[in-house]
Design a protein around this ligand. Structure first.
Ligand code: 5AD
Ligand code: SF4
Length: 430
């Protein structure tokens, strides 16, 4: 899990010079929560800083999806002991999935200098924690401000939690079952972000395409968001293979503003392992789904997640995963070593560290090799690029692309791809 810090944001005119440093671990859901937390601080006149030593408040947004992620968050909290000694008036907030899993009692006992613990299930209560620590929100509440890393991309959470029960996964336990936001809430959030300058909206949820609110399906919601003024491109993550229907493929085929990109975690290429993981599909069903999606959007780029070394994974199971890299045509894949997240004996790791490491290395090499092949296939094609600067942007398939000149920030343009280097395409604006 990456540790990311929010970029410094411009100071609020006339506001007191108080600063918050938000340290975010984990997935896009946490990033979106961190953005909401930053907004709550800004409403109180805080600015966001990435310099801990200049901060008056610190938020650690934690992840627990794999043991390593949890360990990193814990050691980050541990390092704040020194900060608190130097900033005795400063406030420390620990939030997110590891906060939910480990609990307030444990965390406050182990780290007595922590002021507030707010678990991922209760993130809506973050405002209450702020009121406890900092007093009520001042009257001078500012309007929504754009706090996003890429000035053009904004995240809109459409659901929280997950109602599936993949055997290896801790998310349902820490975030709870799926809860869907109303279409009105989703549209209001996306519209506000577009009004504040966003060009690209990313709809977020653990099984984002399982969205259902009253009569509104995921596809219906996509159509409604696509109709918002100012939107140049719509993305979503992460979908689950079980929830794509014919209604979705029809929308994908028709709506060109819907990105030709999908991060569709497969986890394993072995039917035996997929079954043990309770993923709900076979390798063949996953590949058939990819074929249906690509029939609707021939240039669709697909990335995925793999877990190696799931308990009982044989060499043959692993070979099935390895073979899926090329067969699935993945532009990139995140590969993880299995990390036991429960005390249940049947979920303990059975594959030795060395074997796990060896499989991971082989898989990473296959993924890298395949990425190059896929990238090179884009040469000679015309791509729709949303420019971030005059010379840099991203294609609908989420490839980074550079041109010598001619891009307009915030605008879409067609680019003829001339070459590919490392992970970046290059070309000429048409
Ligand atoms: N061990 C290893 N990887 C895991 N993931 C989730 N849980 C585990 C685990 N226990 C991976 C999956 C998921 C991604 C976000 O993290 O591949 O798609
Ligand atoms: Fe975890 Fe499976 Fe839900 Fe994804 S779909 S969050 S892997 S339980």
């Amino acid at each position: 899990m990456q540790k990311r810090q929010n970029p410094a944001s411009p100071p609020v005119p006339g506001g007191p010079a108080r600063r918050v440093c938000i340290i975010t671990f984990g997935c896009q859901m946490n990033e979106a929560d961190s953005e909401a937390i930053a907004a709550a601080f800004r409403r109180r006149g805080y600015t966001v800083t990435d310099e801990l030593k200049k901060a008056d408040a610190v938020v650690v947004n934690t992840c627990t999806v794999r043991q390593r992620a949890e360990d990193k968050a814990i050691s980050q909290i541990g390092r704040l002991r020194v900060w608190k000694e130097k900033h005795p008036e400063g406030k420390i907030f620990v939030v997110g999935c590891a906060a939910q899993k480990l609990g307030e009692k444990y965390l406050k006992h182990r780290f007595p200098f922590v002021d507030e613990v707010v678990g991922a299930k209760a993130i809506e209560q973050f405002e209450d924690a702020l009121i406890t620590q900092l007093g009520p929100t001042p009257e001078t509440e500012t309007a929504h401000q754009n706090l996003f890393r890429s000035p053009q991309t904004a995240y809109t959470t459409i659901m929280r939690g997950c109602s599936l029960k993949c055997s290896y996964c801790i998310v349902p336990a820490v975030r709870g079952p799926a809860v869907f936001l109303s279409p009105a809430a989703v549209l209001a959030d996306a519209a506000a972000k577009l009004k504040a300058g966003a060009k690209e909206i990313v709809l977020l949820g653990q099984t984002v395409n399982s969205y259902k609110h009253g009569k509104t399906t995921f596809s219906e919601l996509l159509k409604q968001v696509l109709a918002l003024p100012g939107l140049q491109r719509l993305r979503f993550m992460s979908p689950h293979p079980l929830y794509f229907d014919a209604e979705f493929t029809a929308v994908l085929a028709r709506e060109k503003k819907l990105a030709r990109y999908m991060h569709l975690p497969v986890q394993s290429g072995s039917d035996r392992i997929l079954k043990a993981m309770r993923r709900g599909y076979t390798r063949g069903e996953y590949l058939a789904l990819l074929a249906r999606l690509r029939a609707a959007a021939p240039d669709l780029a697909v990335s995925t997640d793999f877990i190696v070394g799931y308990p009982g994974e044989t060499e043959e199971d692993f070979r099935d995963t390895l073979a899926l890299v090329a067969e699935g045509g993945f532009t990139l894949a995140y590969c993880f070593k299995y990390s036991p997240r429960t005390d249940r004996p049947e979920m303990a790791a059975t594959i030795s560290g060395a074997v796990m490491e060896g499989r991971l290395e082989k898989l990473l090499a296959a993924v890298k090799n395949n990425s190059r092949v896929i990238l090179n296939k884009r040469i000679g094609k015309i791509e729709e690029v949303l420019f971030e600067t005059a010379t840099y942007g991203r294609t609908s398939g989420n490839f980074a692309l550079r041109v010598a000149e001619g891009g307009t920030p915030g605008k879409m343009a067609e680019v003829l791809v001339a070459g590919a280097e490392k992970n970046t395409l290059n070309g000429k604006v048409l």
